[in-house]
Design a protein around this ligand. Structure first.
Ligand SMILES: *[C@@H]1O[C@H](CO)[C@@H](O)[C@H](O)[C@H]1NC(C)=O
Ligand SMILES: *[C@@H]1O[C@H](CO)[C@@H](O)[C@H](O)[C@H]1NC(C)=O
Ligand SMILES: *[C@@H]1O[C@H](CO)[C@@H](O)[C@H](O)[C@H]1NC(C)=O
Ligand SMILES: *[C@@H]1O[C@H](CO)[C@@H](O)[C@H](O)[C@H]1NC(C)=O
Ligand SMILES: *[C@@H]1O[C@H](CO)[C@@H](O)[C@H](O)[C@H]1NC(C)=O
Ligand SMILES: *[C@@H]1O[C@H](CO)[C@@H](O)[C@H](O)[C@H]1NC(C)=O
Ligand SMILES: *[C@@H]1O[C@H](CO)[C@@H](O)[C@H](O)[C@H]1NC(C)=O
Ligand SMILES: *[C@@H]1O[C@H](CO)[C@@H](O)[C@H](O)[C@H]1NC(C)=O
Ligand SMILES: *[C@@H]1O[C@H](CO)[C@@H](O)[C@H](O)[C@H]1NC(C)=O
Ligand SMILES: *[C@@H]1O[C@H](CO)[C@@H](O)[C@H](O)[C@H]1NC(C)=O
Length: 707
């Protein structure tokens, strides 16, 4: 601006330039004021809106965000200030994690004085436990319904998750954000302490520190409504913009012996299925550490797969073994219901009648004095044939546990299965199978589907002062314990597949160690870096992966979410072979004679000797990914009660910031002054225009300055 002022040398242009400079200066000044006042919050996790056939759940802000004066609520007594006595509503509550309960939130829901909530982590995790899921998870979509096994429906007989508040399934009309970074929380608290603390219970003086939470949601009411709107948009709009997307991702599966992906197995080929889930959730979007609920079984199954592939006779076993990882199971069994659906339709290489038996791992990291519980389904065991095979499977399990530090425990045959993908298979066919867990009745996991189900929850303790590389290879108690379960699982599957006693099978505790680190502490570690598929390297971050299933616009082919991409890369590394292919051959193996049997992954590879560039290579394995989108969307049955109907609303922007608000009087004065200035500038412009002939006589001189 200074430069522009100097340029205007000629006398007549000088005055109009002066006016412009002042106006420009005011504008610039204005935006620098904005920069000073607003502090964006950079590490938050929002609660967003999800919808099913009949309901909407989650949170939303109003269109332009909701603003309120910040008030810190750290104990029960602080509530009365925001709910009753505080003189400057509405409030945004900075809520201590211990008070983030359904009871408190229901109070906020009823009050008109609350415009939003920013939740702080409770540190350490609440010792009494904390779960945001239902006390009876996945109720209504598993095996036991009012039509089938009604004596077991609604967790009758064993409530699996008694700590579950169901808060994740409530609908809130205000925004709720989680503050993920303690330093940012401290910045907010500092602003609160300086401006908002009530002194001797009298109202604090303006300006006050306020927070704005912005998370408006496009979809309302239910999946039925939003899908109808989507289709109206698609048919009538030039710029079609969907309002909601289905929750979907990929199941991952692999077999010990390759199967032809463009064919279906003949009925006499028998397959033993080993299953685990691949997703979790919490109240907040894309926040799902899922250590015990998901990663414990995922890692164990991977280690078992590695151990079996190492057996020299694994390719000649009488039966094949399939390892399945199901996606979206938290949301009414999206992945397993889709696989069963495709198997029934003959669109999957393996059919239901190929399944010989089924072993599922559920939560297994919190074993009490080495106990692992065997759950079975009482209804299918009424059939003698099935019952005999279940008993044989249990015998195999027990024999396999000899020599391992796992004590298998039976459960009374009349107890129903806990929530498990296996239930979706049993819905359509009596398959002999078991679900293995670390709990007999209620979950031992105190933090099921909450943000506290982290590595700490499964006792992964690292001594302080370890480097990243040392921690990656540091064998924790959790790794030791899970590798024992993996050994048991591998031996069991090997025998179920018709192998000999398999005494030499042993899961590699070092693999388990590195997997636990990568899946729960930091995906950006040297091992994941060297085995990840090249085009997925952007998924590696210096943080734990989050196991939320993610949303996918209908009909599109999504790319796998980060944890799925890690799983694929690890499974390929542990069970595949390095092949001598160029990048082109690896990425488009169309000419390969065995392309229907294998999948090829071009991986980043390890650093070379100079630690500068990587040496990529091609890995061949039998793993496949399988689209896990609920059949309800293929069938256009958006009100299905058979299949999951969960969708996620779309939104334009989500962010949060804090700033100082002046009193209402001052705001009014500012507004009035602003209007006066505006009017004055209009008048000035009018006069400058009117007298332009006089003001700009020597137009040629000032022509270089264009306004
Ligand atoms: C949708 O979710 C709500 C909230 O969890 C639940 O009450 C309702 O039964 C669900 N609807 C269906 C069809 O599953
Ligand atoms: C928070 O602040 C501390 C001390 O100022 C610093 O050491 C730490 O790295 C910060 N944490 C984050 C996540 O920025
Ligand atoms: C967020 O990042 C911006 C830009 O880096 C920084 O100015 C601001 O202070 C950060 N917010 C907080 C609360 O630290
Ligand atoms: C608050 O009250 C106490 C005792 O009644 C008094 O000593 C103190 O000066 C008061 N503080 C302010 C800031 O008014
Ligand atoms: C896989 O199955 C297809 C269809 O039956 C067949 O044409 C193809 O030859 C098979 N591939 C292999 C490698 O067996
Ligand atoms: C038991 O289950 C098997 C396999 O599903 C089936 O073939 C058989 O008919 C069933 N028997 C009875 C008595 O239902
Ligand atoms: C991952 O780690 C490497 C060092 O091992 C580092 O150079 C890189 O910046 C990290 N990536 C991210 C996204 O933090
Ligand atoms: C798996 O990873 C290890 C360590 O990075 C590497 O030595 C090995 O060659 C990899 N194997 C496969 C099949 O990718
Ligand atoms: C590996 O690649 C090299 C160079 O292209 C070739 O000479 C060799 O025959 C290949 N080996 C195999 C087993 O394909
Ligand atoms: C390592 O670096 C040296 C010098 O920069 C170079 O001559 C050599 O080829 C490099 N080695 C590898 C394996 O890239």
């Amino acid at each position: 601006m200074a430069a522009a002022g100097e340029k205007g040398g000629s006398r007549p242009g000088w005055r109009s330039l002066g006016v412009s400079v002042i106006l420009l200066a005011a504008l610039c000044h204005g935006s620098s004021v904005e920069r000073k006042i607003y502090i964006p919050l950079n590490s938050t996790a929002p609660c967003v809106r999800l919808l099913n056939a009949t309901h909407q759940i989650g949170c939303q802000s109003s269109r332009n965000g909701d603003t309120g004066v910040i008030h810190v609520v750290e104990k029960e007594e602080d509530l009365s200030w925001v709910l009753e006595t505080g003189p400057t509503p509405p409030y945004v509550v900075l809520l201590e994690g211990n008070l983030f309960t359904k009871a408190t939130l229901l109070k906020f829901k009823e009050s008109s004085r609350i415009s939003g909530i920013a939740v702080m982590y409770s540190k350490p995790s609440p010792p009494e436990g904390f779960s945001l899921d239902h006390s009876c998870p996945n109720d209504g979509f598993g095996l036991y319904t009012d039509d089938h096994g009604s004596q077991y429906s609604h967790c009758n007989g064993s409530l699996w998750n008694p700590l579950g508040s169901g808060m994740s399934y409530e609908d809130f009309q205000f925004p709720i954000f989680l503050l993920e970074d303690d330093n940012e929380t401290e910045v907010i608290k500092q602003c609160y302490r300086e401006h908002n603390i009530p002194v001797n219970d009298t109202a604090p003086k303006y300006p006050l520190c306020a927070m704005q939470l912005i998370s408006p949601m496009h979809a309302v009411t239910s999946t039925v409504t939003c899908m109808r709107r989507n289709s109206i948009q698609m048919s009538f709009s030039i710029n079609p913009e969907a309002v909601c997307d289905s929750l979907a991702g990929y199941n991952v599966w692999s077999t010990v012996k390759p199967v032809n992906n463009s064919d279906t197995l003949p009925p006499e080929d028998q397959v033993v299925v080993s299953a685990a889930r691949l997703d979790g959730r919490s109240f907040f979007w894309n926040l799902a550490p899922a250590a015990e609920s998901t990663v414990s079984s995922l890692v164990t199954q991977l280690a078992a797969a590695e151990a079996i592939h190492k057996m020299p006779d694994s390719q000649s076993l009488p039966r094949n073994i399939m390892f399945a990882f199901f996606q979206g199971e938290v949301f009414d069994y999206i992945g397993s219901s889709r696989m069963v659906y495709d198997m029934e339709k003959g669109r999957f290489p393996i059919r239901l009648n190929n399944i010989h038996s089924f072993v599922e791992l559920s939560q297994v990291a919190l074993r009490n004095s080495s106990a692992l519980w065997i759950h079975t389904d009482p209804i299918s065991r009424n059939n003698d044939t099935v019952n005999t095979e279940v008993k044989q499977l249990i015998d195999v399990l027990k024999t396999s546990s000899k020599g391992t530090n796992v004590t298998l425990q039976d459960i009374d045959q009349s107890q129903a299965l806990p929530p498990a993908s296996f239930q979706r298979f049993l819905r359509v066919r009596n398959i002999p199978g078991v679900v293995l867990t670390d709990h007999r009745g209620e979950y031992r996991n105190k933090y099921y589907n909450s943000m506290y189900d982290t590595s700490t929850n499964i006792n992964m303790d690292y001594p302080s002062g370890l480097s990243k590389e040392e921690a990656l290879n540091y064998v924790t108690g959790a790794a030791q314990s899970l590798s024992e379960v993996a050994t048991l699982l591998a031996k069991t599957l090997y025998r179920q597949a018709g192998g000999s006693d398999g005494a030499e099978i042993k899961a590699d505790v070092n693999s388990v160690t590195r997997m636990l680190y990568g899946f729960l502490v930091m995906s950006n570690n040297s091992w994941f870096q060297s085995i990840i598929r090249s085009d997925w390297k952007g998924n590696l971050v210096n943080k734990p992966p989050q196991y939320y299933v993610t949303a996918t616009s209908l009909g599109s082919k999504p790319s796998p979410n980060p944890p799925t991409s890690f799983l694929i890369s690890v499974l390929a590394n542990l069970t595949g072979q390095v092949v001598n292919y160029t990048k082109e051959q690896c990425q488009s193996p169309d000419k390969d004679a065995k392309r229907e049997l294998y999948e090829y992954l071009w991986v980043q590879g390890p650093l070379d000797d100079n630690s500068t560039t990587r040496v990529p290579f091609c890995v061949r394995s039998t793993l496949r990914s399988h689209l896990a989108e609920s059949p309800a969307f293929e069938l256009n049955e958006w009100d299905s009660t058979e299949y999951s109907t969960w969708t996620e609303s779309r939104w334009k922007e989500i962010r949060a910031r804090i700033f100082l608000v002046p009193s209402h009087e001052l705001e009014v004065i500012t507004l009035v002054v602003g209007i006066v200035v505006l009017l004055a500038s209009f008048t000035a412009t009018y006069f400058i225009n009117a007298k332009a002939d006089i003001l700009f006589t020597s137009a040629q001189d000032s022509g270089s300055v264009a306004y």
